[in-house]
Design a protein around this ligand. Structure first.
Ligand code: DSN
Length: 387
């Protein structure tokens, strides 16, 4: 057997055997693998359905339209671009479409659970070419919306990024909408982490309150590794060319040929995620996270709460990485993470981030997560022993 396939087979075994608590990871729907591994990967299709630069695209046009139509229904948007290669290119395309270099962009700090593409200063596209205004969470890990509204009013950004990668609470889309409207800012909801919860009906949809929705498709949504950009009715009311601007920023602005195999995988995932069973799955994801939080608390650990699929747990000053390594040795995979207002740096932060989507996909329930919490407690208690 080619070494590559040997390694893939071992990785499959690892994913099945270990307890995977990285909240951004999941197991894709069965049909997604088939679509992503299909002959569609051979086809170039620069452009959009009906307007391609190469011939031979009749069938891929049908596939892309299917993905768009299914996705529009799922996300509650008027227009959906399914071509972004992943979340970072999707956010970059929205920024390229709607901002000029030097414009102000407002986003949650990375260390507070935001994302690099939400204006992380200096080293990222969004922080380098735009003037970044970053907001933080409070000691309890929550966003103070009054404080944020004040910051927005004072700084008057042209775009607000509302989205998170390590924020365990439900976002108040209406409040975000009000503050954006007050200063005439574009409001972008990046729902990459919570997409499965939103479309599964257990979390509120940002659609009525924001102009644009971006999302990866491979996290709680269980689709292929890719992303979408949706334009809402509100966004279109502000600028009827919004969809066109975004499409042009994706191609030819930032990307070349779309990955048609991934787009087919999205079409498959959107169909699956629209079924009532997926609503049950989303509910179980939240219930399992809650069970894990309760169990960790009974182990004496500080957890910054959870209302979604993830939580941040304090494990001791600069002990996040050590904890993640010790947990991996015990068969539990997670990632080190900063805690709110962490005095430690991002390489050796003071917490870990845990999530329930992948193990819920494997069929685990609350009682299993209680046991996992107990095991995590045991490992964390042993940290530093023998130092
Ligand atoms: N890497 C993703 C996560 O783990 O949350 C964000 O892009």
């Amino acid at each position: 057997m080619d070494k590559v396939f040997e390694l893939i087979s071992k990785e499959k075994e690892r994913q099945e055997k270990q307890i995977n608590l990285i909240p951004s990871e999941n197991i894709a729907f069965e049909g997604v693998y088939e679509a992503v591994g299909s002959c569609l990967a051979n086809k170039y299709a620069e452009g959009y359905p009906g307007r391609r630069y190469y011939q031979g695209n009749g069938l891929v046009d049908e596939i892309e339209i299917l993905a768009q139509e299914r996705g529009k229904k799922l996300f509650g948007v008027e227009h959906l671009n399914v071509q972004p290669y992943s979340g970072s290119p999707a956010n970059s395309a929205v920024q390229m479409a709607l901002l000029e270099a030097g414009d102000k962009i407002c986003g949650l700090k990375l260390s507070a659970g935001g994302h690099l593409t939400h204006g992380h200063p200096k080293i990222t596209f969004s922080g380098k070419y735009f003037e970044s205004v970053q907001y933080d969470v409070e000691e309890d890990g929550r966003i103070d919306y009054d404080k944020l509204a004040q910051l927005v009013e004072q700084s008057r950004p042209k775009m607000i990024m509302a989205g998170t990668t390590a924020y365990p609470f439900i976002l108040d889309w209406e409040k975000f909408g009000k503050m954006a409207d007050l200063v005439g800012a574009w409001l972008v909801a990046d729902i990459s982490h919570i997409a499965g919860l939103v479309v599964g009906g257990v979390h509120p949809s940002p659609s009525p309150f924001v102009d644009v929705i971006t999302s990866t498709t491979h996290k709680s949504l269980r689709g292929p590794r890719g992303a979408v950009i949706g334009v809402t009715k509100k966004g279109l009311n502000k600028d009827i060319d919004l969809a066109k601007k975004i499409d042009r920023a994706v191609f030819p602005g930032l990307q070349g040929g779309p990955h048609m195999n991934t787009i087919a995988g999205m079409a498959v995932a959107f169909e699956e995620a629209g079924k009532p069973e997926f609503g049950q799955y989303a509910k179980q994801v939240v219930a399992n996270a809650k069970a894990l939080e309760t169990s960790l608390r009974s182990e004496g650990l500080k957890v910054y709460g959870t209302e979604n699929h993830l939580m941040v747990v304090e494990v001791g000053f600069e002990k996040g990485k050590e904890a993640a390594v010790a947990l991996e040795e015990a068969g539990i995979v997670c990632n080190a993470n900063t805690i709110p207002h962490d005095k430690a740096g991002p390489f050796e932060p003071s917490g870990i981030r845990l999530g329930s989507p992948m193990e819920t996909s494997k069929g685990l329930k609350e009682k299993d997560f209680e046991k996992i919490g107990k095991k995590i407690g045991e490992v964390i208690k042993k940290l530093g022993e023998g130092d």
